[in-house]
Write a protein that binds this ligand. Structure first.
Ligand code: ADP
Ligand code: ADP
Ligand code: ZN
Length: 216
C-alpha cells in the first residue's frame, strides 16, 4: 500500500504516521524529519532548507522532490510506504505521479486528517519533538512517560523553532494557498479519504485503520 498523509500543520500526521508505519510495517517517510536531520548535520541541503523552514515557507520543489525520489528507490519501499509532509504543492504531486508511473506503480490512498484552524495553535505551541527519532509529543494532550524524554528511543524532547506563534500563522497561510489544493487533486483521482482529526489520537488511528482495512 502506497499512502500519503494530508492535513494542516499540527493535524497529527506525524503522530498517526508512526502508528501506521509500526502496525503495517511500511517505512514512514517524513520530508520535515529528513530536512531536520540535514540541518542538525549541517549538510549543504540542511543549510539551504533551514532558511525557508525558519520562516515557515516551503523548501523549493527542486530540492524537495529529489530527496524524496531518491528515498523511494530504496528496497524497503517496494511493498509500500507512507509519505508524511509530501507532496505539499500540486507540482510535487504531479512529479510524484510521474515518478511512480515510471516504476509502474501509483498512490493507493491519500488520507486527509481534518482539523479546524482554532485547534492548531494550541497543538503547535505545546508540541515537543524527539531530536533522535522525530516522534511527536504534547505537553497536555500526549505527554511522554518521563518529562523531556522520548518513550520510543530515550532521545531528548525539544521545541521546534518553527512552532512559535508567528511562524505557525505563516505555515497555515502556506498550507491553505499551496497545499490545500491537493485535496481536490486526490479526490479527482478517487483516492481521497477523510478522518476527523479532532478526536483522541487512538480514535483517529482506529478510523484510519478502518479505511486502510486489510488490503495493505
Ligand atoms: P503534524 O505532523 O501534522 O504537524 P503532529 O503529529 O506533530 O502533527 O501533532 C501536532 C501536535 O498535536 C503534537 O504535539 C501532538 O502530540 C498533538 N496531537 C496529535 N494528534 C492529536 C490529537 N488527536 N489530539 C490532541 N493532540 C494531538
Ligand atoms: P508539520 O509537521 O508541522 O506539518 P513538517 O515537519 O512536515 O511540518 O515540515 C516542516 C517544514 O519543512 C515545513 O514548514 C517546510 O519548510 C519544510 N517542508 C517539509 N516538507 C516539505 C515539502 N514537501 N515541500 C517543501 N517544504 C517542505
Ligand atoms: Zn525518539
Amino acid at each position: 500500500m502506497k499512502i500519503i498523509l494530508l492535513g494542516p500543520p499540527g493535524a497529527g500526521k506525524g503522530t498517526q504516521a508512526k502508528l501506521i508505519s509500526h502496525k503495517y510495517s511500511i517505512p514512514h517517510i517524513s520530508t520535515g524529519d529528513i530536512f531536520r536531520k540535514n540541518i542538525s548535520e549541517q549538510t549543504p541541503l540542511g543549510i539551504k532548507a533551514k532558511s525557508y523552514m525558519d520562516k515557515g515557507q516551503l523548501v523549493p520543489d527542486e530540492l524537495t522532490n529529489e530527496i524524496v525520489f531518491d528515498r523511494l528507490q530504496n528496497d524497503d519501499c517496494k511493498n509500500g510506504f507512507l509519505l508524511d509532509g509530501f507532496p505539499r504543492t500540486v507540482f510535487q504531486a504531479e512529479e510524484l505521479d510521474r515518478f511512480l508511473q515510471g516504476e509502474d506503480t501509483k498512490i493507493n490512498k491519500a488520507l486527509l486528517i481534518e482539523v479546524p484552524q482554532e485547534f492548531i495553535l494550541d497543538r503547535m505551541t505545546g508540541r515537543r519533538m524527539c531530536k533522535d527519532c522525530g516522534a511527536s509529543y504534547h505537553v497536555k494532550f500526549n505527554s511522554p512517560k518521563v518529562e523531556g524524554v522520548c518513550d520510543l528511543c530515550g532521545g531528548e524532547l525539544t521545541q521546534r523553532k518553527d512552532d512559535k506563534e508567528e511562524t505557525v500563522k505563516e505555515r497555515l497561510e502556506v498550507y491553505s494557498n499551496q497545499t490545500a489544493p491537493l485535496v481536490e487533486y486526490y479526490a479527482t483521482q478517487g483516492n481521497l479519504a477523510k478522518v476527523d482529526g479532532t478526536l483522541e489520537i487512538e480514535e483517529v488511528f482506529q478510523n484510519l485503520c478502518d479505511i486502510l482495512g486489510s488490503d495493505i
